[in-house]
Design a protein around this ligand. Structure first.
Ligand code: PLP
Ligand code: TYF
Length: 394
């Protein structure tokens, strides 16, 4: 039977990781997969995570199953972190999931349960897994314009025009902050226009938020999600703790489903639990417990926030250094957008051929769509990258 299997398309981002590992050149620079790295190229275990893990090892008395939804304390702590008091908690159902990817997957499955004919509108471009999971579930994908390849900012008029086709049975997928792959984001005025459109059309928004704290700050990065949550009747939120807690391999995510009325929450919650049960029964617990321990302990939380802030400001400084160096070498302002973008990524907007040239000639690894991970840079490699970009005629 297994001989019937066909080869599946590879994940280009993960494929690039393997190519990088195999490259013998000592000067190689990894700007591929979205993993934070410090100035020495290390993805650290955050201090508060280590401390929380020690505490859990010491104090945990059982590893018996949690509930299908995971630990309720985790959902509450994450709800407060992300939504603060923007929405009545009685309207929120939530389940822990294996990573943000698991939350995205369960969100799409919930949509399919609610409306098998729903189309999902996604930004062009978006995180490739969105499109691939939707395809796998047989859900129709509609792309809306998002990135202006000239200005490297959001093509907001194009986006609104394309979203004009959405109907009440459809879904619009939005990145809560730090858009992956472009780095270009809506401002709050533009978010308000999107909210008006959502309410006008009666469609369902899904917010995917995987980088809270990597853009303008923990509160600032949640502002758009909170604005949407307080302004629309229904909302799904897929959140990831992989990046902001640095617990990538622990697979720690949360799906929240906000119903219009509190009376509906129990049925929504039952559907989320059901989906967890069909796919994996109980969600992973360790990462969720680490997150909960940190968020509920004022000292650990303060230390986590301080370290996250160092990571965020470090990435911002690298953005500015790269933009400055490119301006110096190219004698033009055309790379100013790098300092405007937020999060780990910037899409510099060049061709796959030139991306390949940077890899072949300079051992610089960025994703084929010209997305680079800013956290892969350091003070030295900024100059190397800037020179390579200008020399390649980008
Ligand atoms: N959504 C977006 C836009 C992402 O970039 C990522 C990747 O980190 C995720 C979701 C989910 O990440 P994970 O499953 O590692 O938590
Ligand atoms: O976009 C990224 O690089 C991160 C990490 O299948 C990632 O979101 C990449 C590919 C993948 C899952 C996560």
């Amino acid at each position: 039977m297994l001989t019937n299997l066909k080869e599946q398309p590879k994940d280009k981002i993960l494929g690039l990781m393997a190519l990088y590992r195999e490259d013998p050149r000592a000067t190689k620079i990894d700007l591929g997969v979205g993993v934070y790295k410090d100035a020495t190229g290390v993805t650290p275990v955050m201090r508060a995570v280590k401390a929380a893990e020690r505490r859990i090892v010491e104090e945990q008395t059982s590893k018996a199953y949690t509930g299908l939804a995971g630990d309720a304390g985790y959902s509450t702590a994450m709800r407060d972190l992300l939504l603060a008091d923007s929405v009545d908690p009685a309207r929120i159902a939530a389940v822990a999931t294996p990573g943000g990817t698991g939350a995205v997957r369960q969100a799409f499955e919930l949509v399919k349960q609610a409306n098998p004919n729903a189309r999902v509108f996604v930004s062009n471009p978006t995180w490739p897994n969105h499109v691939s999971i939707l395809g796998y579930l047989g859900i129709e994908v509609v792309k809306y314009r998002y990135f202006d390849t000239e200005t490297r900012a959001v093509d907001f008029d194009g986006m609104m025009e394309d979203l004009g086709d959405i109907t009440s049975g459809d879904v619009v997928l939005l990145h809560g902050c730090c858009h992956n792959p472009t780095g270009a984001n809506l401002n709050l005025t533009q978010w308000q226009s999107v909210i008006d459109l959502i309410n006008d059309k009666g469609c369902l928004p899904i917010i995917d938020i995987a980088y809270q704290g990597f853009g303008d700050g923990l509160e600032e990065d949640a502002a758009a999600t909170r604005l949407v949550a307080s302004s629309v009747p229904e909302l799904l939120i897929a959140a990831s703790c992989s990046k902001n807690f640095g617990i990538y391999r622990e697979r720690t995510g949360l799906l929240m489903a906000i119903s219009e009325k509190a009376e509906s929450t129990a049925v929504t919650q039952g559907n989320l639990n059901h989906l967890n049960r069909q796919n994996f029964s109980f969600p992973p617990d360790h990462g969720a417990r680490v997150v909960t321990t940190i968020l509920n302990d004022p000292e650990l939380k303060a230390d986590w926030m301080a370290e996250l802030e160092e990571m965020r400001t470090g990435m911002l400084a690298l953005r500015q250094q790269l933009a400055d160096e490119l301006q110096r070498l190219s004698g033009s302002d055309r790379f100013g957008f790098i300092a405007e973008h937020r999060g780990m990524f910037s899409q510099i907007g060049t061709t796959p051929d030139l991306v390949e040239k940077l890899r072949a000639d300079n051992a610089i690894y960025m994703v084929g769509d010209s997305r680079m991970n800013i956290a892969g840079l350091n003070a030295q490699s900024v100059s190397v990258l800037a020179k390579a970009i200008v020399d390649a005629g980008i």
